[in-house]
Design a protein around this ligand. Structure first.
Ligand code: SF4
Length: 288
């Protein structure tokens, strides 16, 4: 299937300073810098200078109950829970915006929402970009959908499988007042696709120059046995260095409640701990 457009979240190519025609925009990006680009804030690639594309729409609706009783939503609700701001953008337009803003950057990150719900458009976009520039392209995905054509175009796979604690239960929905047509039982089933995660791992292990990480968001120690028993014990081809623990939270205050659990558990197991640099350095604003 081919398509000539993709659905993007508002201000989806970021941080940028030039429009699709190469003209300077009126305002600086949310980083506060006068130039395009930011750093990848999470996982194995933390610190790498990048440009992001954020796609709209997701097949999940994650929300977490914090230790203080508050509910923390997915950190990109505008790309998952409420996509009323999404735009249907021609691939050629996205391609021109990216090329006009790359400068010395050679790393592009496709994030969401869930990028794999629109594989045809992204396959076409990335293959078009790679014809123009040497580019390393990462994807950030929940690991529930695998698509061979899109995977072929990508170089790094940041797979973030969702644990039971992410399911939108009635208690969480009541606390937030959010009304979504998601049955907890169905959401619990959808969030975990071992076969798809294994396909991502196998693709990297059998293709030179590709890498992946399995990035788990944690807030308490019981989740560690869930990671080991319901994910890692059923997957093969991973090394301890591929497993990344990241504290739950989309604000510095929320991260303070959960970060030491992730630090301790990573050290005990020889896994990685991931910071969320975009929250520490840029306040977790959209567009950084
Ligand atoms: S999978 Fe990611 S983008 Fe989708 S709802 Fe969950 S946290 Fe948000």
């Amino acid at each position: 299937m081919t398509t000539d457009y993709i659905f993007l979240a508002p201000e989806a190519v970021f941080p940028i300073t030039k429009d699709e025609n190469g003209n300077l925009m009126d305002t600086n990006p949310a980083t506060g810098f006068s130039f395009a680009g930011t750093i990848q804030g999470e996982g194995k690639m933390a610190g790498v200078p990048v440009l992001f594309i954020r796609t709209a729409g997701c097949n999940l609706r994650c929300m977490w109950l914090l230790p203080d009783g508050e509910v923390s939503l997915c950190d990109t609700p505008f790309a998952s829970f409420d996509t009323r701001g999404e735009k249907r953008v021609p691939i050629e337009t996205v391609k021109n915006i990216v090329l006009n803003n790359l400068g010395k950057l050679n790393h592009l990150v496709i994030s969401g929402g869930e990028p794999f719900i629109q594989p045809a458009g992204l396959t076409s976009l990335i293959s078009g970009l790679k014809k123009e520039r040497e580019l390393h392209v990462s994807v950030e995905s929940n690991g529930t959908i695998f698509n061979e054509e899109l995977v072929e175009q990508l170089d790094f796979f940041s797979i973030s499988p969702k644990l039971k604690n992410s399911v939108p239960t009635k208690e969480k929905l009541d606390k937030t007042g959010i009304n979504i047509p998601f049955e907890p039982a169905q959401a619990d089933k959808t969030r975990r696709n071992i076969k798809a995660i294994q396909q991502f791992i196998d693709h990297c292990n059998y293709t030179e120059g590709k890498d992946f990480q399995l990035k788990f968001v944690v807030q308490n120690r019981t989740e560690l046995s869930e990671i080991e028993e319901t994910f890692l014990s059923q997957l093969s081809g991973w090394q301890p260095d591929d497993i990344v623990l990241m504290p739950l939270g989309s604000t510095p205050d929320e991260l303070r409640q959960t970060r030491m659990i992730a630090v301790e558990a990573a050290i005990e197991r020889g896994w990685r701990f991931s910071p969320r640099l975009q929250i520490n350095y840029f306040g977790g604003l959209a567009g950084v």
